[in-house]
Design a binder for this molecule. Structure first.
Ligand SMILES: [Zn+2]
Length: 254
């Protein structure tokens, strides 16, 4: 017993004093709104005032927002990343991403990646195609969150390919610039999906696994940390950033 206790203490000490992990965080948001959430989605609505405070905090800490296209340019050596990059992503394509989130983002001169479910576009509470186009014109990267938001690992090869292929083609044929990134519905992914995404000309995909990303991270398994509706204000947001770092350190350690 004594031996194990000592071993755990030594391991904990080595972990604590091991070097800070490298890499940048990708944040995963959904809605930015004061509206009461749908039952079952209580944690998804970040109030605009909290969102603005989070952006203020990121700027005060010297972070610069980039898109995942910027990231891929850096991976391929076309450009350098800023000193402290960060990516803000928004899943599902809710209308408040246009009406509430975008003005706050632009007031901070920041950018983001918005992942839309193409068969939800134009429905109640979701972005319209025109809003999506306007966001892209204003410097937001638009990504695919598939056609129907079904966990891709639950589908057979034909249907999972259709989900990623048809959503991309729909957006591009509707007049948007090329769609390069995908967000896995429910964070469900595996190695076969990476192969399909490469064949369908995607460059990156984001998961729901916490961690930090470097130029060496598999671009089809990018780590993200989920930002929920805060119960403890900015302290909770700082905790989420710390969580990304902690998981990165854990992965380096083992
Ligand atoms: Zn989603």
């Amino acid at each position: 017993m004594k031996f194990f206790g000592g071993a755990i203490l030594i391991l904990a000490a080595i972990f604590f004093f091991s070097p800070e992990p490298e890499g940048f965080p990708i944040l995963e948001y959904h809605q930015v709104t004061d509206a009461p959430p749908e039952p079952g989605f209580e944690m998804y609505n970040v109030p605009p005032a909290d969102f603005a405070a989070q952006l203020d905090y990121l700027q005060s800490q010297g972070y610069t927002t980039i898109t995942l296209v910027d990231f891929m340019h850096a991976v391929r050596g076309y450009k350098n990343l800023p000193d402290k990059p960060i990516v803000l992503t928004f899943d599902d394509g809710y209308e408040d991403n246009y009406t509430e989130m975008l003005p706050i983002l632009e007031a901070h001169k920041m950018t983001a990646v918005v992942y839309v479910i193409t068969n939800e576009l134009g429905k109640k509470n979701y972005l319209t195609l025109e809003q999506v186009k306007d966001m892209q014109r204003r410097g937001i990267e638009i990504g695919s969150h598939t056609s129907d938001h079904i966990a891709l690992t639950s589908l057979d090869e034909i249907f999972r390919r259709r989900q990623v292929r048809e959503s991309k083609i729909f957006l591009e044929w509707s007049g948007l610039e090329p769609i390069c990134s995908l967000s896995y519905p429910n964070g469900a992914f595996n190695a076969e999906l990476e192969k399909i995404l490469r064949e369908e000309n995607y460059l990156t995909a984001v998961t729901g696994e916490a961690g930090l990303n470097t130029l060496q991270t598999n671009p089809f398994e990018l780590y993200r940390v989920h930002i929920r509706k805060p119960r403890f204000g900015l302290t909770e947001f700082k905790f989420r950033l710390w969580k990304a770092k902690f998981f990165a350190k854990l992965r380096n350690f083992f």
